[in-house]
Design a protein around this ligand. Structure first.
Ligand code: SF4
Length: 320
């Protein structure tokens, strides 16, 4: 296992550049960028925690670790937050070893011991159950994740945790939103905080504001011992992959689009959608009173160019 505090970028730079002055300047630049990245991650996690009241005095939080970059990053940043938080709370890292063939069971415990983090490894052979129940070639994820959820809630109870932290980030949340819209016919995303289905635990997503690319950079900087996520042999959820590619393509063509879409998830206007459960269209009555915030039903809305695009020559914002 690599030392988690070493900066691999600095080493790479040292290898590539011959001139010592240039080498030093580049290394300093990388150090500054890394520092900025750390500050941004802490700020965004802090923002989610305070915005959604995710962590309170006395919480015992089970941090769900898959061994992927996101859960390592979440644990890392939560530990930093804990050191400075005005409230006392505990973090317990938990990994569920599902007995997938080739799962390197020693990696996470070794890392967590080295970092002196309280942890628990739960070993349950859900892999065999899923293989047994799901016909060859069919996706196993739905049963697998249902089993995992049940086990994690049971473990949270045994460890006397009241909250479970999951490592989903901003891009996961957007992908889920589009998956639900495209394939489920619902405007429904992945909430930053929700009550578990058994009503006993609060599930929190402290990375709600964090971009996946930042987590990838942080994982590289910290040299987390990543466990590959393809061990179960299940094909990646093709629809999720396609949605992910679609969002990335949009962002490339229209910089700032991810930020706008994410902002939209936080600014919902039920009176301008079509759900009668959320807005009482039937009993909407003429008031005769002007409302400056009200709808200008016949006006064509104009949208300002996102800041990143506003300065680009020749770029025109087209209303879609
Ligand atoms: S990818 Fe594999 S481990 Fe993950 S939910 Fe699907 S079947 Fe389970």
């Amino acid at each position: 296992m690599n030392a988690p505090t070493q900066n691999s970028w600095l080493e790479a730079v040292a290898d590539d550049i011959q001139d010592p002055a240039e080498q030093k300047a580049k290394a300093l630049k990388i150090e500054r960028e890394t520092h900025k990245l750390e500050k941004r991650l802490c700020r965004q996690v802090g923002q989610a925690i305070s915005e959604f009241n995710m962590i309170e005095e006395g919480d015992r939080i089970m941090v769900c670790m898959s061994g992927g970059k996101d859960s390592y990053g979440m644990l890392d940043i939560l530990l930093k937050m804990k050191a400075r938080a005005p409230v006392n709370f505990e973090l317990i890292a938990v990994n569920l070893d599902q007995k997938q063939p080739g799962f390197p069971a020693e990696i996470l415990p070794a890392y967590l011991k080295k970092m002196d983090i309280p942890f628990h490894i739960e070993t349950q052979d859900t892999y065999s159950i899923v293989k047994d129940k799901i016909p060859e070639g069919k996706t196993m994820c739905s049963l697998c994740s249902r089993l995992r959820r049940g086990i994690l809630y049971k473990v949270a109870g045994q460890l006397k945790c009241n909250k479970l932290a999951l490592g989903h980030h901003r891009d996961d949340m957007l992908q889920t939103f589009f998956l639900n819209m495209f394939f489920g016919g619902k405007l429904k995303g992945m909430p930053p905080k929700l009550l578990s289905d058994n009503g006993e635990f609060m599930v929190i997503r402290p990375l709600a504001h964090v971009a996946e690319a930042d987590l990838a950079r942080w994982a590289e900087h910290r040299q987390f011992p990543i466990i590959p996520c393809t061990l179960c042999g299940s094909q990646d959820n093709l629809q999720r992959v396609q949605i992910g590619n679609m969002i990335r393509e949009w962002q490339k063509k229209f910089p700032g689009r991810i930020e706008n879409m994410f902002s939209a998830l936080q600014h919902v206007v039920p009176s301008h959608l079509m759900d009668p459960e959320l807005h009482d269209f039937k009993n909407l009555k003429i008031t005769g009173k002007p409302n400056p915030e009200g709808d200008k039903a016949f006006d064509v809305e104009s949208f300002e160019a996102p800041k990143v695009m506003a300065g680009l020559q020749g770029v025109q914002v087209v209303q879609l």
